[in-house]
Design a protein around this ligand. Structure first.
Ligand SMILES: NC(=O)c1ccc[n+]([C@@H]2O[C@H](COP(=O)([O-])OP(=O)(O)OC[C@H]3O[C@@H](n4cnc5c(N)ncnc54)[C@H](OP(=O)(O)O)[C@@H]3O)[C@@H](O)[C@H]2O)c1
Length: 419
């Protein structure tokens, strides 16, 4: 690393150049447009040998093209040939075959001469892209804006390190934070556009989870379905839902009735009250992104366990007065102990109006103040790249809970790019 990146003009000519620094900042902005879930947020920009932008792209969620492939396609769609150019990307190119092919091979086939990446990929499944590229004669520099890239994907990195799915908690409540009226009725607090948006999220996760309380009270199907809306173009959620149905998981000890709507192929009962145990079981079933839909017992348990990576909260302009609160008491004796959240600009924006309702997209504050520098590309981290050899990239793989860059990664089972 060189501190010369404080002034991009002064960078070591053998390292990154100003065009690459600008491209990385743009790639970070693009990355933040993706949806959170099974895969990290990644953006990419293709530069010509002269440093002109030929194309750019970002990853739109599991099962869709990775950022590098999207950027190459964008360049070609503009009539540009990426051969001889530079790929600037916020994560080390993957080196594995999932639902999509390895990005390392796509970069090689495109004739890219040089790759500049932000964060190394330390996951067992996809790591090794830089080494593979270098072995195939492509120059690689890593570490430019690494802190921003890792901050952007902080909760995804944590979930991966803990060998558990990324957890999105969805709530739908009244203005006064009630998820059901005094008599227990809760269908429907929000309008059709908010419900359509919720179904779009269901369609791109690996599993939907509710508690036995919700199943016994509401008999939900927990499937992803189109919701008729009163307005055209209703769904406000970013990303293209894949056609597959998620697993339907019910957490709790009471038996799920044989005639419950949630039963059938893809149904799973998690007979436990322990959140890590439930998440480990889901992970064992290949689940890398779970949508937790409550009710309050389950929502509170996930919150108390510190395992909510993303909160999607639909708020309807109704007041229920008495009724079921969104969360039970979750161990907050005083204001300073509150569970705090910050707006998450990823995935289409932190605040979205959906008909009469509002969708908040939040992420845990995790000690930061919500000034999401990584997402807006203006972070003060001016760390320049150091020349990253394939050896140094792989050497960064952690041997304990800590790493050279301070990211806790469990070396035994991390997975990447659940495709
Ligand atoms: N508006 C909304 O978005 C929304 C969404 C869902 C539900 N709701 C409403 O919420 C109400 C149901 O609330 P609920 O709290 O009973 O539903 P729930 O959270 O879905 O289920 C609670 C049950 O989950 C099980 N459980 C498993 N692990 C747990 C843990 N660590 N902590 C606590 N419980 C655990 C327990 O069942 P066992 O005793 O079987 O172990 C518990 O009784 C209904 O009125 C429903 O309509 C509203």
């Amino acid at each position: 690393m060189t501190s010369a990146a404080q002034d991009p003009q002064a960078l070591d000519p053998a390292g990154v150049n100003p065009a690459e620094v600008r491209a990385m900042d743009r790639a970070l902005e693009l990355a933040a447009q993706g949806v959170r879930g099974a895969n990290p947020l990644v953006g990419a920009v293709v530069l010509s040998p002269e440093g002109q932008v030929l194309g750019s792209g970002y990853h739109r969620g599991a099962g869709t093209p990775h950022a590098e492939v999207a950027a190459l396609a964008d360049a070609r769609s503009r009539g540009a040939d990426p051969a001889g150019g530079t790929m600037v990307v916020t994560l080390e190119p993957c080196n594995h075959q999932g639902r999509t092919g390895p990005c390392s091979a796509a970069i090689h086939e495109a004739g890219i001469r040089r790759v500049v990446f932000a964060a190394p990929d330390r996951t067992a499944q996809a790591a090794g892209g830089a080494r593979w590229l270098q072995d195939h004669g492509i120059e690689c520099d890593g570490g430019l804006r690494q802190a921003q890239s890792e901050h952007l994907n902080g909760r995804w990195l944590r979930a991966t390190a803990e060998s558990r799915p990324f957890v999105t908690l969805k709530t739908a409540s009244s203005l006064d934070g009630r998820v059901a009226a005094a008599d227990g009725t809760s269908q429907w607090i929000t309008g059709s556009r908010a419900r359509a948006d919720g179904h779009a999220i269901r369609a791109r996760v690996d599993a939907v989870l509710a508690g036995t309380g919700t199943v016994l009270a509401d008999n939900p199907r927990l499937t992803a379905r189109p919701v008729p809306t009163d307005e055209a173009g209703a769904a406000g959620d970013a990303g293209s839902p894949p056609p597959a149905q998620p697993l339907r998981a019910v957490m709790g000890l009471r038996p799920v009735p044989q005639d419950a709507a949630v039963r059938g192929p893809g149904f799973l009962q998690l007979a436990t009250h322990d959140v890590p145990t439930a998440l480990a079981e889901l992970h064992g079933h290949g689940v890398r992104h779970v949508l937790v839909e409550g009710g309050p017992g389950i929502a509170g348990a996930f919150l108390a366990a510190g395992t909510v990576d993303e909160l999607v909260s639909y708020i309807a302009p109704v007041v229920l007065g008495a009724g079921t609160p969104m969360f039970p008491p979750v161990g907050v004796p005083t204001l300073t102990a509150a569970h705090r959240w910050v707006p998450d600009p990823a995935g289409g924006g932190a605040v979205t109006q959906l008909g009469p309702d509002v969708r908040l997209r939040l992420r845990p504050a995790d000690g930061d103040d919500g000034d999401d520098a990584a997402a807006d590309g203006t972070a003060a981290d001016r760390t320049a790249t150091g020349r990253t050899t394939a050896a140094s990239t792989t050497a960064a793989a952690p041997t304990s809970a800590g790493t050279a860059t301070g990211i806790p990664v469990n070396p035994s089972t991390p997975q990447h790019n659940q495709e």
